[in-house]
Design a protein around this ligand. Structure first.
Ligand SMILES: [Zn+2]
Ligand SMILES: [Zn+2]
Ligand SMILES: [Zn+2]
Length: 275
């Protein structure tokens, strides 16, 4: 599988949409990998993860075939991950497609409700919504996907996803801190270690202890825990993702060596990884 990071920031983006802090000024001045848009990823140009307002920007920047994608997973309903109103533009007339088979979107309950409201209000027949069940593998096109509960508050019904194809696996795990027991219980039953684990590192080198996001130190401890649980091993690629401008030493050039020292790669907008 090919995982392409389209956006790698927390809700504000880097630079933050309304911000003139030093990290944001530096990102603007240096550009390139210092700029992070809101989180989204695509696997094999076929399976989209999240549908933020930055989706259109990502389409322009990375030229992935958004028009032909038929599978989309939603991690949770926060606005930096889900902007349902964009879906009106997939309707016949607003779009011209060679294949009008539906775009399948999978979400837990809060995202599902927000999507349903828009899909029903605008009568969008080009979209089919699926309410996921936790800890139960399901088919999304050619992929086997399992949603696990994330630790990110309850209101947005957050999940993280294990995505499998051809014996390879990707664990897309952001907007979560250390998993709740029900998710650990599933992770302990995996038949083989995951090939790639993408972790939330919103707070970078801060000492934040709150539930919902992680720091570099906590990512290192979580990796150890995943290895102990049998969900990862020495061959698992670990990538840190989903960064906030409020994170200490979060600027790309500062953070990459700090993460590397601890054995982590760092995502950037446009990064591609193979498993
Ligand atoms: Zn987020
Ligand atoms: Zn800022
Ligand atoms: Zn969130």
């Amino acid at each position: 599988m090919n995982l392409k990071y389209l956006g790698t920031a927390a809700a504000e983006g880097i630079p933050g949409v309304f911000c003139e802090c030093e990290t944001c000024k530096k990102a603007l001045a240096l550009g390139g990998r210092h700029i992070r848009t809101r989180s989204q990823a695509v696997i094999d140009n076929a399976l989209l993860i999240d549908l933020p307002a930055d989706t259109y920007l990502h389409y322009l920047q990375h030229r992935f075939p958004l028009y032909s994608i038929k599978q989309c997973l939603i991690t949770h309903s926060h606005a930096d991950h889900l902007y349902p109103l964009e879906l009106e533009m997939i309707k016949k007339g607003y779009s011209h497609l060679s294949d009008y088979s539906p775009l399948h979107i999978y979400s837990d309950v809060d995202g599902y409700n927000k999507l349903s409201e828009v899909v029903n209000y605008y009568s969008i027949g080009e979209v089919r919504l699926h309410l996921i069940k936790l800890n139960k593998p399901f088919a999304a096109g050619e992929y086997t996907v399992t949603a696990l509960r994330a630790a990110h508050g309850r209101a947005s019904s957050p999940v993280v996803y294990i995505i499998e194809k051809d014996g390879k696996s990707i664990f897309y795990s952001n907007d979560t801190s250390e998993y709740p027991e029900e998710s650990w219980a599933y992770l302990r039953t995996l038949e083989k270690p995951l090939d790639l684990i993408s972790l939330d590192c919103t707070e970078a080198c801060n000492n934040a202890e709150y539930e919902g996001h992680l720091t570099l130190d906590r990512c290192a401890a979580l990796r150890d825990e995943l290895i102990r649980a049998g969900a990862a091993n020495a061959h698992t690629q670990f990538i840190l993702n989903h960064f906030s401008h409020n994170g200490k030493h979060v600027s790309y050039d500062e953070f990459v060596p700090l993460a590397k020292e601890r054995g982590f790669a760092v995502s950037y907008d446009g990064m591609e990884v193979e498993v």
